[in-house]
Each structure stands twice: as C-alpha cells, then as structure tokens.
Design a protein around this ligand. Structure first.
Ligand code: GDP
Length: 297
C-alpha cells in the first residue's frame, strides 16, 4: 500500500471543492475544512490535534485574500503543507553527541516495535558518518534478544558487548560503557528490555540504566502502525523516565500517518529518525518538510 495514501486522497477531496473559486472565504472553506478534519481523524490523528490543526488552517485561509496567479485551492495546499511541517516539529531534530568521551544512546521500546533492529541500523548509520560504535545487550529477559543483537552486530561489523542474562541491566550497561571508553569508541548504543505493555518493572529498570550510564540520548522506539497510540507512549515514557526523542519504525508499512503527525504535538518530543524497512540501510533522519511533501502527494 502507498504510505499515507488514504490521507493524501482525503486531503485532495478538500482542495477539489475549491476548483473554480476566486478567493478563499469563510463560506467556501467550511466543507473543505470538514474534509481535512475527517482525513486527519481517519489517519488516526487524535481529535484535539485535528481540531487545532483545522482551526489554525482556517484562520490563515480566510486571511490570505486574493493573490494574483495563485488559485484558492493552491493557496490552501500551501497553508496545509506549512501547517503539517509545523505540526511535525518544523526543523529536522539532529542527534546530539557528547562533548567528550563516548556518547551513550539508550534505546527503549515495547516488544516487537523493532528496537533490536534499530540498534544495529543506528550503528550502521553512525558508522557511515565515520563514528565508531558499540552495541550493548542489556535485554536480559530474552536470551534470543542477545543472540539477535550479536548476529545483527556481525552483519554491520560493530562489536556487541554481552554479559549473559545473570547480570543486572544497569551493570551490563556500565561495563559496556567502560569497555567503550577503553577502546575509544565514539558511540555506545544500549539495547534494553521491552515488554508487551508499559509496566513499573520496565520503567524502574530503564531509570536505573539511565542513572548508571548518563546517556546523551534516550530514544523511544515506536511502531508507526500503532498511530496515535505511539504519541501516547512517547508522552508516557517521557513523563516517567525523561526521553530526548523518538524513533518511528515501519513507515514502509501501510501506516496511516497518525504517529508521524502526532508524536511531536502530543508529547513535545521530536521524532529524530525513521525506519523504512527491514534492511540495515533503512534508517534515516525525520524531515518534517519531506514528510509533508509525501503526504500531499
Ligand atoms: P524488538 O522486539 O522491538 O526488538 O523488535 P525487532 O527488532 O526484533 O523487530 C521486530 C520485527 O519487525 C522484525 O521482524 C523486524 O525485521 C521488523 N522491523 C523492524 N523495523 C522495521 C521497519 O522499519 N520496517 C519493517 N517493515 N519491518 C521492521
């Protein structure tokens, strides 16, 4: 399925109703605004976010007046595009690196969202930028997760620090960081345990790992297929442990767009990177303007 295809065609319905109009007015935008709202809700954007979005777009639309050579439907497309970019945070939000010593990136996320894959993808991505990386296997509840990380590490040729399943995750992370310091490694990426849903044990463990290694980035990995629920998770993790941003995976699936559109607005935290496939090279920065362009087709 075409990514955001439904959202794209839903929005088109709105512009199409303005064909033949001379200027945008309160009256002739009423129906297109309902179309935009419906398109956002169908893309799984939450009602308050969709409402604020439409409110802002309609205020701007009735204010633009007559512009020579630009048809009202094109004017509306431009306003919606700019508002979409704003909704997604405006500028690209770059990863931050420590001023000295290894940069620690702590990855958190629920089970199955693609967190382990992201660890290796991120190492591959940073290696291409000339940074040396190390992965740390601190998911001690599933031995298979450690094995998987080791295999992925071999694939991207990045060392993986493991200490089995009997050591505390915070100690594993500390030992991994120690080793990275000895080897002058630029970036340490710590894989933590996921659960099927949020629970206190997971949050406590994340807090402990965070205290142990003082990460520069704490990134929550969320699945784009879960729509506005992803934005809720980012909010919850941020309130509980304090995070610096999100990584949105599975954008190559038939995600409706709600997650990409809502995370920043709902949680106040940026999406820093997106996963667009299962291959190691399928990770890239999140560019709000390009995303808006894709949504508008
Ligand atoms: P974890 O439980 O969060 O560690 O999830 P995994 O990293 O094991 O990934 C779960 C499944 O999702 C695997 O089959 C991955 O290949 C797949 N996956 C991860 N990221 C992406 C992505 O961006 N796109 C697609 N299509 N699949 C992904």
């Amino acid at each position: 399925a075409e990514m955001f295809g439904q959202l794209t065609s839903g929005l088109e319905t709105a512009w199409n109703k303005l064909k033949g109009e001379e200027v945008l007015t309160k009256e002739n935008i009423a129906e297109p605004m309902r179309d935009i709202r419906r398109a956002l809700l169908e893309a799984d954007v939450s009602l308050p976010v969709a409402r604020r979005f439409v409110q802002s777009v309609s205020e701007q639309a009735v204010g633009v007046g007559l512009i020579r050579g630009v048809k009202p439907d094109q004017q509306l497309v431009k306003i919606v595009r700019d508002e979409l970019v704003k909704l997604m945070g405006g500028e690209v939000s770059e990863l931050v690196f420590a001023k000295s010593g290894p940069t620690v990136i702590l990855l958190a996320g629920l089970q199955g969202v693609g967190k382990t894959t992201v660890c290796a993808k991120l190492a591959f991505y940073l290696k291409k930028q000339g940074k040396s990386c190390m992965l740390v296997a601190a998911d001690v509840y599933r031995p298979a997760a450690i094995d998987q990380l080791v295999i992925l590490g071999e694939q991207v040729k990045v060392p993986v620090y493991t200490a089995g399943t009997d050591t505390k995750p915070s100690d594993i992370a500390k030992q991994g960081l120690q080793e990275a310091k000895m080897k002058n490694t630029d970036v340490v990426i710590v894989d933590t345990a996921g659960r099927l849903q949020i629970d206190k044990a997971m949050m406590d463990e994340l807090k402990e790992v965070k205290r142990a290694v003082n990460p520069t980035e704490v990134l929550l990995v969320v699945d784009a297929m879960t729509g506005q629920e992803a934005a809720g998770l980012v909010t919850a993790f941020n309130l509980e442990i304090g995070i610096t941003g999100a990584i949105l995976t599975k954008l190559d699936g038939d995600s409706r767009g709600g997650a990409a559109l809502s995370v920043r607005e709902v949680s106040g935290k940026p999406i820093k990177l997106v996963g667009r496939g299962e291959r190691m090279e399928d990770l890239e920065p999140f560019y709000p303007d390009r995303m808006a362009g894709r949504i508008l087709g």
